[in-house]
Design a protein around this ligand. Structure first.
Ligand SMILES: Cc1cc2nc3c(=O)[nH]c(=O)nc-3n(C[C@H](O)[C@H](O)[C@H](O)COP(=O)(O)OP(=O)(O)OC[C@H]3O[C@@H](n4cnc5c(N)ncnc54)[C@H](O)[C@@H]3O)c2cc1C
Length: 472
């Protein structure tokens, strides 16, 4: 705990009003000192991200959320919302935190190929439930990310080039607004709000359930192939050419990663610096083998994990950690239509050097079905770019991030002429969660429309612990 958070004084509530709230809930309400409060205020980054809400409501049903919103309004408390806990742009200090940890129901309707999910559901929960019917949701890379928070930011996963972003799979949602109304939201009911939920983040209300489409996917050909960083420029050049030629059933990514010399790692990864191509092909293994062949014949790989796998194992492709490492992060991101030779030099010369302080660069391959959705249908950017790069510095303390921050700035500066200046709120971390960054994640016209929606549904900015759209 740092000195800033120690200085936060717990708020005291009138015992009778607190008791009345508790009596009205199917779930529970916790204040500092209550058993369970310290667990319920934790996010995914349990060791490096601190927050001290005035009160935490753990709902069991939508009616609990209505009660929580009314309690917050009576006490003039802002409201923070937590699903999977991977987003949290701002600590919910002094707020009423609605934590959906106990609402993780998933119901699959195989006939309509839809899922009804509760707001605590994580990517893996819905993948596993749907896979029993040969169906798949449009989840992202990491299995523990909350599906609702991910979808509200657009939601970009392994099927994005074929079926589009998760936001496009939204059929309907139940939403509790800042004035305590429970709305049924769909294309035909509150269509303005429906649009805002498909990329505008948690700015307009609290989603207590949603229905989304599922897609016919049983097995995919996927995995990773890793080469030593000494081959970095050659692999990145080949990758940049190759991604322009592949069909939309194939979504790919590329990572530059520096492993620590940890004895917990397999011997050939300890201290290794690698360039890794990742891919997911929704089709037969033979066609997948042929499509991936140009990336799998660039030399002697350090490892190659490509195989035909059931979609229930899709998280093994990215192999993102299910628990956050106990380190501090700084991220920089940029969108590109293509990489010039100069960009490839800048990426490999900077991020390819472990002394840069950059631990990982991840380049996501978008375009195709993603770019076909108009901004009139969904408010997120990245209609022009096909490559989205996130560079991440990590360090054991915030001060020790200085070298990595400087390296990211230098690399992004060198690549600025190629950047499309598009941004995604799902690519922003707590360190770049200013309202200006949020505004820059949308086109000016879309942002104006989002502000109008905010004015209508949350004029007091009750929901502000997010990538915040400020009311006018
Ligand atoms: C390891 C990792 C991998 C990731 N991979 C991807 C990826 O592949 N593709 C991608 O697009 N993004 C990815 N992200 C980004 C991620 O989708 C966003 O950070 C997302 O907001 C996380 O949602 P959450 O529910 O887990 O987080 P939370 O911290 O619980 O929520 C984040 C925000 O979402 C809003 N929110 C959540 N639930 C609700 C609700 N029920 N009602 C209203 N608002 C709500 C709130 O504003 C909240 O502040 C990744 C993030 C991490 C840390």
């Amino acid at each position: 705990m740092n000195s800033e958070t120690q200085a936060i004084q717990p708020m005291t509530f009138d015992p009778a009003r607190l008791q009345a709230l508790r009596a009205s809930l199917q779930g529970s309400a916790l204040v500092p000192g209550d058993e369970g409060y310290d667990t319920a205020r934790q996010t995914w980054e349990a060791t490096t991200f601190e927050q001290h809400p005035a009160i935490i409501v753990l709902p069991a049903a939508a009616a609990d959320v209505v009660a929580a919103v009314n309690f917050a309004r009576e006490h003039a408390l802002p409201i923070a919302v937590q699903g999977g806990g991977h987003g949290h742009p701002h600590p919910a200090d002094g707020a009423l935190l609605v934590n959906f940890a106990n609402m993780r129901g998933v119901q699959i309707n195989a006939e309509t190929a839809t899922a009804r999910i509760e707001p605590g559901v994580k990517g893996l929960d819905i993948v596993q439930a749907a896979s029993q019917y040969g169906l798949a949701p449009l989840t992202g890379f990491a299995p523990t990310v909350g599906f609702v928070g991910y979808l509200l930011g657009g939601g970009f996963g392994w099927l994005v080039r074929q079926y589009g972003p998760a936001a496009g799979s939204l059929r309907s949602a139940e939403v509790v607004t800042a004035d305590g109304r429970l709305l049924q939201v769909s294309e035909n009911s509150h269509p303005d709000l429906f649009w805002g939920l498909r990329g505008g983040g948690g700015n307009f209300g609290i989603v207590t359930a949603l229905e989304c489409s599922l897609y016919p996917v049983k097995e995919v050909f996927g995995g990773q192939i890793a080469y030593p960083i000494a081959q970095g420029k050659e692999v990145l050049r080949a990758y940049s050419r190759w991604v322009k030629t592949v069909p939309n059933e194939l979504t790919t990514a590329l990572r530059i990663v520096h492993f620590p010399p940890s004895p917990a790692l397999p011997p050939d990864l300890r201290g290794a610096s690698l360039i890794v191509v990742l891919a997911c092909y929704n089709g037969e293994a033979t066609a997948g083998e042929a499509l991936l062949q140009p990336m799998r014949t660039l030399g002697t790989p350090v490892y190659d994990t490509f195989a035909q796998i059931p979609y229930s194992q899709v998280a093994t492709i990215a192999n993102d950690p299910t628990e956050a490492p106990p380190v501090f992060y700084f991220r920089g991101a940029g969108a590109f239509q293509d990489f010039s030779d100069g960009d490839i030099e800048a990426i490999i010369n900077t991020a390819g050097n472990p002394a840069s302080g950059i631990f990982v660069v991840e380049i996501r391959h978008f375009g195709d079905a993603l770019a076909r959705h108009s901004e009139d249908a969904m408010p997120f950017a990245l209609r022009r770019a096909t490559l989205f790069l996130v560079a991440m510095a990590v360090a054991p303390s915030p001060d020790a991030l200085a070298t990595g921050k400087q390296s990211i700035a230098t690399m992004m500066q060198a690549m600025a002429p190629s950047a499309t200046s598009e941004m995604l709120i799902n690519g922003l971390g707590p360190e770049n969660a200013s309202p200006e960054q949020t505004r820059a994640s949308y086109s000016p016209e879309v942002y104006r429309r989002l502000v109008a929606l905010k004015d209508q549904y949350d004029p007091q900015n009750t929901f502000r612990f997010n990538h915040n759209i400020l009311p006018s």
